[in-house]
Design a protein around this ligand. Structure first.
Ligand code: FES
Length: 135
């Protein structure tokens, strides 16, 4: 299977030292479409991506809408029971799932866009870029 890179958003759509969630949909090995929520952290020119699922109970990390970081902004945080995760490795450094890891997502910055690799995204009918903005 060819390694396709899908554009998630522009690098500058996420401020440095901020995180943003994307509710993607992928096609799995059996051809089924399934939800694939991810969180992307930008740190300068670097980006880190993880599946938005806590290794403790599988909850989403965002305890409030678009809140992924702890108050210091230096770690990802699961709002359910307060697990903290290192930004660069996804390792839980504190909390009920200490030393477990978030599942990494393969990201690359290509021509100023943050792209996801290693998955097959389900295409929208109109193939419009969804901004994720809700009314
Ligand atoms: S579900 Fe994330 S810390 Fe418990």
């Amino acid at each position: 299977m060819a390694d396709v890179a899908y554009v998630i958003c522009a690098l500058n759509d996420i401020q440095s030292q901020r995180a943003r969630g994307f509710d993607l949909a992928v096609i799995d090995e059996s051809g089924e479409e399934k939800n694939f929520p991810i969180v992307v952290v930008r740190w300068g020119k670097q980006v880190f991506g993880y599946v938005n699922s806590c290794p403790h109970h599988g909850n989403r990390l965002d305890w409030e809408r678009e809140q992924y970081l702890d108050p210091t902004g230096l770690r990802l945080m699961c709002g359910k029971h307060g697990a903290l995760f290192e930004l660069g490795t996804g390792r839980c450094s504190s909390g009920p799932c200490r030393n477990e890891h978030l599942t990494p997502v393969q990201l690359e910055v290509i021509d100023g866009d943050i792209c996801i690799l290693g998955v097959t995204l389900a295409e929208d009918e109109d193939e419009d870029d969804e901004s994720g903005v809700e009314a």
